[in-house]
Design a protein around this ligand. Structure first.
Ligand SMILES: Cc1cc2nc3c(=O)[nH]c(=O)nc-3n(C[C@H](O)[C@H](O)[C@H](O)COP(=O)(O)OP(=O)(O)OC[C@H]3O[C@@H](n4cnc5c(N)ncnc54)[C@H](O)[C@@H]3O)c2cc1C
Length: 501
């Protein structure tokens, strides 16, 4: 690789970065990508995903444009419903406690379908999220959380497709090449300092797109920004997202945005490795707690498992586990719901116990006050409930009353042995705080002006997520803002203005 000046350097090689690179290339720019990881571990968190992809659609016709190979059976047996812009806005607003940046949220939502079509054109394939996001009731699947569309083959196939296209479009990726600083000149950013094979190199470019993730894999930054014990959380995905991109931009006077003490985290197998394992992907997660109960070391329930569909609670309940004694919990199910448990409950590397009675199960729940656990189950089973049928496809209103913490949906008694228990801890997914960008994806400085030549996309953009998150939005945010950042970086490179030719 020679040292010629590039039009655009993209830092990172995950979803946001490859979308930015492809989009810049589309504008005729020369593009170089920098990836800290070796090639076989490229793709950051994006490579670990199950591929949930939150996109606006107005019915089966829209989905058919994304998934033209839907089968006759799917077309017959699925109630696709809709996921309108209004529903998306409502989810983003409600879950973030009305804090999400209105401009960025609008761009995300209004561009989502177009971004999905664009990715399809780049070679990404989609499929229906049956099983994960729809259950079969009375012979029909129904999508309950707006998430009909998934990336076929999950994150692995997503990254394969995008990188195949990047190679075809003549985009070079440097692997084992961590960016460590931004280079600046009289007129803003003019390149990136990179460490490759132990040597520092200064790579020149007219514009730079930062798309290199948050600080979730950096224990020191987690403790510093998220608070005590977050340094002990397991990392669900890439070990390479250590906040370097954020530091580089902050060193240049970039403004911050969003929820810097907040993060997306979930219930994750207690004995999962400290960082993600690409062979297991997202399957250390345990997302079906709405159909059972969750207890802590004291043997007590500590959250409303049935507050909402897991898509709307899972990303904040990981943090609730962090606050429990010993930082672990057990999810308990009976046989009535075992058929609803996702495949992640059947992987070989799992911390699981099973018994024919609660008396037999209690001592098997390591670290748990057995007597108190038995009291908790008895009280849960005895709590009054309305006479409504259990239905996993709707918030069924089958709730308890009178408990210290009631379960407000899907609260069937646990009465059908054998009982199954799964041990979980906190797995952090990504951090919410990030850089402040303009509506053109330019990074702003602390005075509110764009830093010339610097653009950003993906996890390291702040302002979209606060407190909670609607599943499938991370990949969509990377696609929408990656595409925007790449296009505007290319235009900047050509004309010194993002509105360019
Ligand atoms: C287990 C798991 C499951 C998930 N499931 C879903 C899902 O189904 N749907 C969904 O929407 N979201 C999901 N997410 C969230 C989603 O992965 C992220 O929101 C999204 O992928 C972030 O994309 P990104 O491109 O910003 O970051 P990443 O994909 O993490 O990419 C960052 C890139 O930057 C590189 N990098 C970091 N530092 C440097 C540096 N200094 N120099 C050079 N390169 C650097 C990394 O190696 C990587 O290539 C999941 C996350 C995890 C961990």
């Amino acid at each position: 690789m020679d040292n010629r000046e590039q039009d655009v350097i993209v830092v990172g090689a995950g979803n946001a970065a490859t979308c930015a690179a492809l989009s810049a290339r589309e504008q005729g720019a020369s593009v170089l990508m920098l990836e800290v990881a070796p090639e076989d571990q490229r793709g950051g968190n994006s490579a670990f995903t199950g591929g949930a992809f939150r996109v606006v659609y107005h019915g089966v016709e829209d989905l058919a444009r994304l998934i033209p190979d839907m089968t006759e059976t799917e077309l017959r047996d699925v109630d696709f419903g809709t996921y309108t812009e209004e529903q998306y806005f409502d989810d983003m607003s409600r879950l973030t406690q009305y804090r999400c940046d209105p401009d960025l949220t609008e761009i995300l939502i209004r561009s989502s379908f177009e971004a999905a079509l664009w990715m399809r054109e780049k070679g990404v394939r989609f499929q229906l999220g049956l099983g994960r996001q729809a259950f079969r009731v009375d012979g029909k699947f129904k999508f309950w959380g707006g998430l009909a569309c998934h990336i076929w083959g999950g994150g692995k196939e997503l990254m394969k497709a995008l990188h195949v296209r990047a190679a075809r479009d003549g985009i070079t990726v440097l692997y084992d090449a961590p960016a460590i600083a931004l280079l600046t000149g009289d007129n803003g950013v003019k390149g990136v300092r990179v460490r490759q094979h132990g040597r520092l190199r200064d790579l020149r470019a007219k514009a730079v797109v930062l798309a290199c993730g948050g600080f979730e894999a950096n224990a020191e930054m987690r403790a510093r920004y998220l608070g005590p014990n977050w340094d002990l959380a397991k990392v669900r995905g890439s070990r390479f997202n250590t906040g370097q991109g954020l530091k580089m931009a902050l060193d240049l006077g970039a403004a911050v945005h969003g929820h810097w003490s907040g993060a997306h985290s979930v219930a994750w197998d207690l004995n999962a490795p400290p960082f993600g394992d690409l062979d297991v992907g997202d399957r250390f997660q345990k997302h079906n707690y709405p159909f059972g109960i969750v207890i802590n070391a004291r043997g007590e329930r500590f959250l409303d498992e049935g507050l909402d569909f897991h898509s709307y609670t899972y990303a904040k309940y990981g943090g609730e586990i962090l606050n429990q004694p010993g930082m672990f919990a057990w999810q308990i199910f009976d046989q009535k719901v075992v058929h609803l448990l996702r495949e992640e409950y059947r992987i070989p590397r799992i911390t699981k116990e099973k018994a024919d009675s609660f008396e037999e199960l209690a001592p098997q729940l390591e670290g748990v006050d057995a007597a108190r656990f038995l009291d908790t189950v008895r009280a849960f089973n005895a709590a009054p409930r309305p006479d409504v049928p259990f239905n996993p496809n709707i918030r069924d209103g089958l709730r308890t009353t009178g408990l210290p913490i009631d379960k407000t949906n899907w609260a069937q008694p646990l009465d059908t042995p054998p009982y199954e228990a799964y041990a979980v801890t906190t797995g952090i997914t990504f951090t919410f705080g990030g850089l402040k960008i303009s509506n053109e994806a330019q990074v702003e400085d602390t005075t509110g002006r764009p830093i010339p030549g610097l653009f950003a996309a993906g996890e390291l953009v702040g302002g979209l997520f606060y407190h909670n998150y609607a599943s499938g939005t991370g990949l969509m945010s990377g696609a929408v803002f990656g595409r925007l950042a790449g296009r505007n970086a290319a235009r900047w490179a050509k004309s010194g203005s993002h509105t360019g030719p």
